[in-house]
Each structure stands twice: as C-alpha cells, then as structure tokens.
Design a protein around this ligand. Sequence first.
Ligand code: 6R9
Length: 651
Amino acid sequence: MMLDNELHAAREATGTAAKDGAQAYYDSYTASLADPDRFWGEQARRLTWISPPTRIKNTSFEKGNVSIKWYEDGTLNVSANCIDRHVATNPDKVAIIWEADNPKAPSRHITYRELLEETCRISNVLKAHGVKKGDRVVIYMPMIPETAFAMLACARIGAIHSVVFGGFSPDSLANRINDSDAKVVITADFAPRGGKTTPLKSNADAALLHCSDKVKCMVIRHTGGQIHWTPGRDIDLTDEMRKAPSYCSYAEIGAEDPLFILYTSGSTGKPKGVVHTSGGYLAYASLTHEVCFDFQPDDIWWCTADVGWVTGHSYIVYGPLANGATVLMFEGIPTWPDAGRFWDVVDKHKVTHFHSAPTAIRSLMAQGPEWVDGHDLSSLKMLGTVGEPINPEAWNWYHQHVGKGKLPVIDAYWQTETGGHLICPHPYGTPLKPGSATTPFWGIKPVVVDAATGQVQEDMGTEGVLCIADSWPGQARTVWGDHARFEDTYFSQYPGLYFTGDGCRRDEDGYYWITGRVDDVLNVSGHRMGTAEIESALVAHECVAEAAVVGFPHDIKGQGIYAYVSLMRGVEPTEELRKQLETWVRQEIGPIAKPDLIQFAPGLPKTRSGKIMRRILRKIAENDHGTLGDISTLADPGVVDDLIANRMNRG
Ligand code: 6R9
C-alpha cells in the first residue's frame, strides 16, 4: 500500500512542510555518496567546534586494517554543543520535561540554563573525586533528568560514560564495570517503573562485591527510600551537587576521543562494549534527528526508549539536545496505571513527535483502540518506530488510531553500532510502505549480499544479508579493549563491507525490508539478547547439563525466548525447577532475559561433530515441525521425536 496521497494531505494538514522537498532530499543523498569529504565537511558546521576539522573522512573497512576516523583533527565539547550554545541564545527554553512514573506526581521542567547548572555540578563532583579525561563512569540510573545530567557531565570533562540499563542484574552490572574498568558508578536509590520499584543501589552494592574496591559509588536520592551506605566508597551525589559550584568549564576534546561505551549483545561470548567517539557521532545524531523527523525549534520531542539503550543516547539525549530541542523524558511504561498513559502524556505536554517501538505499539493494540481514541492527540505531527521490524498490522493500527490516518510513520532502522539511523523515510518526501524502513539516509550505501556465495546483489527485487559499503560519521569505532573482536564481528564475513547481522529484502522500488537477525541474536521487545548469554546463564545452574536457546514468534514481544534444557543425571524435571530456572536467569542477566518457555529435553539434536542443530530447535519452537528438513546428519535422530512430543509451543 503506497500512502503517497495521504502523506501529501498530512503535510498540508499539519502545515509543517519539510524544509527540503523530496527532490532536494534525494539530491543530497546522491551528493553524499559522490563526494563524502565535501558533504560531511559541510555537515560538520552544524556543530560548534573549538578547532574546526580540516580532515574529514579517513576510514578503511579492510580486514586487518579496519580504522574509522572522522573529523580527526577537530576539537569540540559535546556538552557545550548540547547545552552552552543554547544557553547563549535561549537560556529559558525548556530542555527537558520530565514525567514521573506516578501520574499524580508533578512533572519537572528544566530549562537550558538549569541543565547547564545541574550538569556542571555533577562535573565538579566528578572532578573533586579525581575523575579525569578518559576515565570511565558507569551510569546505572532510572529515567530521570539526573541521568542526562550525568551523561553530559562526563562529556563535559571528557570522561567516558557507559550507561547500563536499570533492568540489568547485579552480575551484568559488575561485568560492565569490570570490562570498562570504571572508576565510578553513578546510581540512584530506587527506580520506579510501572508501579514497581527496582532497588538500584542495592543492586549496585551486590555488583560492587565483584569489583575493585577502588570503585566509588555516587548516589542520587530519587525516591528517598532507605538504602545501605558503605562509608569511604559511597557518595551522596544529591548532597554534593547541592554544595558544588554551578559552573564548570568544558574541556577541549578531540573529535575521535571516546564519548561513550555501550554494551550490546552479540552472537557469541559476553556483551561487547561498543565505542562511540565525539565529533562524528554528535554530528550524525543531530543531523538524523533533525532531518528524519523534520524537527522544528518549537516541537516537543518524545522518544519512549530507555536511556540505557542506544536509542536513548542518540534520540533522547545527544541528537535532540544538540539541536536545542525540548525533550520529554518519561519514567513509566505504556500500560500503567492503564493503557491510556502514553496518550495522557501526549495530551498533557502537547507532544508533537512521538517515537516508540513495535513492541509497545503491539501491547497497546492488544488493549483495544478505545484507550487511544478518547484522547486529544491533535498536537502530534509525526510518529516514529524503531528497534525491530514492525508488522504491517501494527503499523496500520499506529497510523490509523494514533496518527488518525494522517501522520507519517517514520520507521528507522539502525543499531547500537551505527550511532544513528541507517535506513528510514524522509517525512513527507518518501511514500511509505507499512513494514519497510524504506530508503537509506544520507551517506549510507546499503548492499544486499547473498549469504551463501558472498556475492553482492546488484538487482532490485533481491534478498540476502544487509551490509554497508562505506563508513558514515556515526559509526562505532571499535569494541572497548578488543579491536580484533570489532574487526572479526563486523568486517570479516564479507571483505570490505560492514556486516549488520540482519537479513533484508530490497524490493522492485529499491525499498529495504529488514527480515530480522541472521545470527544468534534475539530481538525481544526491541531488546537485543544473545542466545549464548542466556545459555551460559542456564548452564551455570547446578541442575543444568546443557542448554540451547532460540527465538519463537511472540505476539507482543516480536520474539519470545525458548530454552531447551538438559538436566544433570538424576535431577527430576519439575515445575518447581522450571520456576527456579526462570528466576535464575532473571538474577544472572535481568528480567528481560527470562525464558518464556523452558522445555526439559533428555537430549539435544546434534551433528556427529557435536554441533547443536539450532535450525531444528527453531522449527520446533515455531511449532513448524512438519518441515524439519534433512535430519539424517544427526548423531541420534531419535531425540527429535521426543522434542516434538514435549514441545511447549502448541500455538
Ligand atoms: C536502534 C536499535 C539493533 C537491531 C538491528 C535490527 C533491529 C532496529 C529496526 C530493526 C527492523 C527497524 N532493528 N530497528 N529492525 N526495523 N526499524 O534498536 O539498536 O538495540 O542495537 O538493535 O534491532 O535487527 O540489528 P540495537
């Protein structure tokens, strides 16, 4: 379904004609590929540099020599770009509107001037405790403005932050503190969410038992609930902020100095610390935020992601604040206290841009349209979706009920590693097709590769794995402490190309349709989970001999987690044990990794060389065991019958 006419009607109805027409947009695309140095040299001017770059692009995707540098001789400060330059022109503009989990709690409005003061206070506290340029600071926080202050405070002094999602367990937190060798953890007492609270500080206490005793713990008092204090290690950040000076000068930072590390799941081993640097990342985040959403100065921008994920980094904090936007930050969830909460917030704060995820849309769709229809959503100009492929049914529901059949839905495809959007429509310029992220953004050269032959497919109407042929400024530079792993993960499969890990189809019109991960990464409610991580958590339990984890289609989450577990000899497969294993995984990794279904299996299907045949496990989990294909290479084909007979997903 092409929505060309509807979109033109939308442009008229909302009166927000895109700054550039569609033709200009696609002309810029052509220019960006024809002369990247010139194009990105011009784009660099959107930032305020201390020393403007003269060298623009210096990148190589060649295996063994992967090196990505943009604007390498430029210097700037990211926090000054996100704050000070707006304070100079418009200090009383609201930078952050905060809406609490509890709908009865007052919202907060933080102006750019206040954002500067609060950020500087944290910078000063960090400095007073010895944090210097290049030191790592882990941020384990609720969705509160102080989280953004803390990120920007690190950027101001050149410290590298690593935000850890508040839903991660103490073990996951400890792994990230240790891998990044962090000097400080910034946390809060508790994180309220959906009427429940996560005890962040006590999780941090548990994590820090496994870390160097030099790591300091700074605590924001958010709910004021009772917490344990460890003298000499814990610092009352709320109190120290109050006493700290409200100005801190910003440091001069090289464009290629790291801004942050963000851990993400891969197909093997432990999560990787993806490293983003300062100049290219910020230019790309701010450009995509402005262009892909036709962002205008008076707009009220709301992205419902958590700051613990890359979407929160690029499209709650860095992109919008670099553009001087008013950003709404929401502590709660879509369905609490009821399924009308998102729309209450849109109406209350007159949100113009609403950017969310397919899983949230599907969960609201399941509650019925009446929760949306009763609200005044007339402030909205544009909708966004990100995180996983959106099924056309959810897209249409979103467009019809939230967008009243008029608003464009910007489906933005990208990754932690890409810093910003890779493939997404131009609002009003690109005719939309529900379920397709449409066409590449400026500077992005997608290629579809035949997975079996490694051949680049030149045609339209083709399918394969998605790679990108050349670098763009927002691209991750390395994996923290392990450049070889960076090369190996992204640049070794298809020489000279960046491998996304996603499958895709390019249709006759040149539109891209992401078909999901082709590696052992699951996408559960838009969260990336490595099957290997969940498996190693399961086998760490004393009753478990072996485990294999696969995804299965799930109405709300997109993918659910299906675990096949073989028990140690003599251990009985009971319901109680099943519950224990669920709790175990929650504790080991976090609630998002809890298996939806656990099947006890006396044996797993393996090849004669001992490889687990995941293809078969996937089929059984999908309840599609009629077409298992060739199982003759299995060491013991008999296990398959047992797996089918005892499957958990009889749909
Ligand atoms: C931004 C983000 C990345 C993976 C990516 C892909 C999936 C993200 C998507 C999408 C289809 C979209 N993904 N956006 N698939 N359409 N619009 O989500 O980063 O957490 O690193 O996940 O998410 O599979 O490879 P991240």
